[in-house]
Design a protein around this ligand. Sequence first.
Ligand code: HEM
Ligand code: HEM
Length: 181
Amino acid sequence: MTLQNTTRRWGTIAQTFHWLIVVLLVVQVTLAELADDLPVGVRKLTLLARHKSVGITILALVILRLAWRAVNAHPPLPANLKPYERTLARLTHLALYVLLFAMPLTGWTMSSARGFPVSWFGFFTLPDLVPKSRPLYDALVLTHQTLAWFLFAVVALHVAGALKHHFVHKDDVLRRMLPFT
Ligand code: HEM
Ligand code: HEM
């Protein structure tokens, strides 16, 4: 195992970014769904505050991940893929990155529009991105929810692709993203 990527596999740092973000996304969606079921009150606001902090953490990790990707080699897709599979893989990865930015940014903007500043686990408060506005808040809540559905769909496609590589093509695309392989 190496820290850096090589042209044959993802290194420990890229793998850590990938799997840490996966775990945080599961936490993130769980917090949102738990909060969604509760009436307005301290418990709901606490869960949403955690959701906001974890969401900002994901945003920071995605920025670091892309910076790390930019200064590293990365393993190319297997040469035997059909052109449409290659295009689908690239579009899926692009859509995942776009959504990993869009989700936290709509959430952050939504909170600003509602007049609730975003605090990161109580350590510091982020600046408001927009002034308070009820119509903008309503539009952003809908956008945030819709993007979450897009994210679920693209992740499902991505996971199906990874499993197809492993079980149908029997190549090393999944293994090279897994630690200890
Ligand atoms: C990758 C990051 C994020 C994901 C995947 C995510 C996902 C979600 C999901 C699935 C919901 C529930 C939507 C529903 O009602 O069905 C939600 C709600 C919410 N999210 Fe996020 N979120 C993310 C980041 C953020 C951030 C960074 C903030 C704020 C700083 C935020 C603020 C909120 C708020 C306030 C709600 C409740 C909206 C309402 O119904 O009033 N989210 N989020
Ligand atoms: C749940 C949310 C997930 C997100 C947001 C996500 C995101 C991404 C992104 C953006 C890439 C592209 C890496 C790059 O080229 O910079 C990637 C690669 C990869 N992901 Fe995921 N992923 C998720 C879940 C999973 C799961 C559950 C699996 C396994 C079943 C998986 C397997 C892979 C593999 C094998 C690669 C490497 C593809 C290659 O080497 O070309 N991912 N992921």
